[in-house]
Ligand binder design. Structure first.
Ligand code: SIN
Length: 491
């Protein structure tokens, strides 16, 4: 692996992270191919990594399988201690990890630091949860029997993580798997593999035995995904990414009835009712829409605002959005970094043109910045109607479409009128309305008078075609455990 001066120049301890070639899980590459990782802000080359092939994935799976019995055989406290050590090391090196994250993904350094803290929080949470795996006893229907349930690790887990949260998604998948006693093969997104590599270097220092954590670098996900799904030694796939890829992985897993946990696409509504605190709603909408430049699965995608507060909301919101500074994530006060690539930029441009063509009004923004690069002005559009592309598809960028509404029942119906069901948000003060709307929204997560809800303590996940399973909280641990019923007779 080679790393450029541009990247190592940002780090306090480059040697620690970039001696990864000596890590056993990366040394067994069959092919001579390499792939490049670039900074999306500048286009600069950051690193060249081994482009691992199917045979390498199979080797990684074998290693994970060989380590399974040893890892599962440790006490819960021993697994907890290793997770705790890893958590401490991540905190200790958080500045370097954040710099790597900003360099490869583009998000502002402050957001990258917050993501690293969030990643560490998952490790801490599951270090604690590891000690709280309980079975149950059941009152048997006959006197000569005893019936009980034990929980056991599911086995080798194949984890595939996305580019938009390249550190916290790794921790969110791996930490419950390890706490449960599973071993892991991770394929990080090809755009952002470096922070995952750095986290693995720290895991090695934390003392995880060889084979427990295995990293696969590859320039594309298809071959790796196919092997993870087809290899019978892998008992579970955990994937965060698009619904389209989720469907493909599910088909590939069907041959072996393999367990899956998926966190997929969204089309989050953000509703501002007439009894909302408008200033709080504006603040929440900035968070829900523009965090990570709108590149989150839980980004507010459709802002429904009641007619009675529409104009004041739109004016205050556009004023704040216009003030968001766009630029390289390493520059001070930058709130919006680049988009991940040119395809993302083109999608926003297409959504803006379609909306304008169908009669919407641009309140601020609306254009790409500069001739090269992938920066786009944070944009607010009003006069949006349901037939526009922006109201139907996930934009995944800094574009906020506002839809005016009058009927509170109709807006909930419109909010639910999608194949997705990941996150929804609403602002209201009437308690009766708060309960009714919270219960009526067909989403796995509902933010009420808040624009941000992701937490290691809470079950993150969606309904409908937004996913299966939950990550975070005690529920996240259950996804990595099998339930076994024991029946003792002749007593
Ligand atoms: C996402 O999965 O895109 C959102 C992650 C988060 O909010 O933690």
């Amino acid at each position: 692996m080679t790393l450029t001066q541009r990247l190592t120049g940002h780090l306090k301890n480059p040697a620690l992270f970039f001696d990864l070639a000596s890590v056993p899980h990366l040394s067994a590459t069959s092919g001579a191919g390499r792939f490049a990782v670039h900074n999306p802000s500048t286009g600069e080359l950051l690193a060249e990594l081994p482009d691992m092939e199917t045979a390498d994935v199979a080797v990684a799976i074998d290693r994970a399988d060989a380590a399974r019995a040893c890892w599962a055989g440790l006490t819960a406290r021993e697994r907890s201690d290793a997770l705790w050590q890893w958590h401490q090391l991540i905190l200790e090196h958080s500045d370097d990890l954040a710099a790597i994250l900003t360099a490869e993904m583009g998000k502002p350094l402050a957001e990258a630091k917050s993501e690293i803290a969030h990643a560490a929080a998952y490790l801490q949470w599951y270090a604690e949860e590891a000690n709280r795996i309980y079975g149950e006893t059941i009152s048997a229907p006959s006197k000569d029997r005893r019936m009980l349930v034990i929980k056991q690790p599911i086995g080798v887990v194949g984890a595939i993580t996305p580019w938009n949260f390249p550190a916290s998604m790794v921790a969110r998948k791996i930490s419950p798997a390890l706490a449960a006693g599973c071993t892991v093969v991770l394929k990080p997104a090809e755009q952002t593999p470096l922070v995952a590599g750095a986290m693995f270097a720290l895991a090695r220092l934390a003392g995880f035995p060889d084979g427990v954590l295995n990293l696969v670098y590859a320039s594309e996900g298809d071959g790796v995904g196919r092997e993870l799904c087809a290899n019978p030694k892998v008992r579970k796939i955990s994937f965060t990414g698009s619904t389209e890829v989720g469907r493909l992985l599910m088909r590939q897993c069907s041959g072996q009835i393999k367990k899956v946990s998926f966190e997929l696409g969204g089309n989050a509504p953000f509703i501002v009712f007439d009894d909302a605190d408008v200033d709080a709603a504006v603040e929440g909408a900035i968070q829900a829409k523009f965090r990570n430049a709108g590149q989150t699965c839980v980004s507010a995608n459709r802002l429904y605002v009641h007619s009675s507060v529409h104009d004041v909301f739109a004016e205050k919101f556009a004023e704040l959005v216009q003030a968001l500074r766009v630029g390289d994530g390493f520059e001070a006060d930058v709130a919006i970094g680049p988009l991940i690539d040119i395809h993302a930029l083109r999608k926003i441009e297409a959504h803006v043109s379609d909306a304008v063509l169908k009669g919407a009004t641009i309140r601020c923004g609306g254009n790409r910045i500069g001739q090269s690069g992938t920066f786009f002005e944070p944009t607010v559009i009003t006069g949006v109607i349901s037939t526009m592309q922006i109201a139907q598809e996930e934009t995944f960028g800094p574009l906020a479409p506002i839809i005016r509404f009058d009927d509170p029942d109709e807006v909930v119906r419109a909010a639910n009128d999608t194949i997705y069901g990941l996150a929804a948000y609403f602002y209201a003060s009437n308690l009766k309305r708060v309960w009714r709307v919270a219960e009526a929204l067909e989403y796995g997560m509902v933010g009420i008078n808040t624009g941000r809800m992701s937490s290691e303590a809470a079950p993150f996940g969606g309904l409908k075609q937004s996913g299966i399973g939950r990550e975070g909280s005690r529920h996240g641990l259950e996804d990595y455990l099998e339930m076994k019923y024991l029946c003792m007779g002749g007593l």
